[in-house]
Write a protein that binds this ligand. Structure first.
Ligand code: IPD
Ligand code: CA
Ligand code: CA
Length: 258
């Protein structure tokens, strides 16, 4: 029932993304920062997702980007990003998705990420593997950072600190390492799970950006930690997700210790 509801909720959100995509009249407003957008599609997707979940599990805890926490005291928490990649979405760039993770007593047990434009539905269940449209996923085999293809993202507000996003980025770029920037952390993580990227790092993510994608990477055989190498938590901002083989080396690069 949990899996079925997760699929239905993800699909309900994705239908909204398809409906409003490239709509010139899409209502757009700003959150903190002029480029941190929220559109009417974010709100509509979130509403459709939450209604779908609540119709089966009315007492489950909801944590969703636009409405925040709807606490119930339940052991189950649904962590929702109604559109991950809103800037892309608002510009008609089809690299965006719905991302939903389910936490049970503090452990992420299931996740779904759906990009309806590429028709890519990612699903992972703890201990059961990660899948792209029912095909089992495995991370890449690359063992060297210098030969890796990486992806990262940048926050909406500049982080002025040593080893901030620009400093890390420049270290990789100076060595000629390809570092992509897709604009959707959930897709970045899924593409690590799919073996398209060898590693992903970002300095400031929220729980809804990473909860589902984290499980995708782990279940595809990869590794996800913070920048100190501590186990992943959705409630801290730093994330390093790799194929596992380059993880220790990536920690050195990100922390400027190589
Ligand atoms: C953003 C995307 C982006 C990442 C930002 C996130 P949003 O989420 O995941 O890739 O770099 O940090 O905030 O705002 O599109 O849901
Ligand atoms: Ca997001
Ligand atoms: Ca979002």
């Amino acid at each position: 029932m949990l899996k079925e509801t997760l699929y239905n909720a993800t699909e309900a959100g994705a239908q909204i993304l398809l409906h409003y995509f490239n709509n010139k009249d899409l209502a757009i407003s700003h959150k903190d920062g002029v480029n941190n957008l929220v559109t009417e599609a974010d709100h509509a997707s979130e509403k459709a997702i939450i209604e779908t979940i609540k119709s089966t599990f009315p007492d489950h805890f909801i944590l969703s980007e636009e409405v925040g926490a709807i606490e119930t005291g339940s052991e189950y928490k649904w962590i929702i990003d109604p559109i991950d990649g809103t800037i892309n979405y608002a510009h008609g760039i089809p690299l965006c998705c719905v991302s939903i993770g389910i936490e049970h007593n503090g452990t992420i047990i299931m996740g779904a990420v759906y990009n309806p434009f590429l028709k890519e539905f990612y699903f992972a269940e703890k201990g059961q593997g990660a899948f792209l449209n029912d095909q089992k996923l495995s991370v890449s085999e690359e063992g060297s950072v210098l030969k890796s293809c990486l992806v990262t993202g940048f926050p909406y507000t500049y982080i002025n600190q040593p080893n901030g996003p620009l400093e890390s980025f420049s270290r990789f770029i100076r060595e000629g390492i390809p570092v992509r920037r897709l604009g959707s952390a959930a897709i970045d993580l899924c593409w690590v799970a799919a073996g398209r990227f060898d590693g992903f790092y970002e300095h400031k993510l929220n729980a809804w950006d990473s909860a589902a994608g984290y499980l995708m990477v782990e279940e595809a055989g990869g590794k996800v930690t913070d920048f100190k190498g501590q186990p992943y938590s959705p409630y801290q901002p730093h994330i390093l997700a790799t194929n596992g083989k380059i993880h220790d080396e990536m920690l050195l690069w990100v922390n400027d210790q190589r």
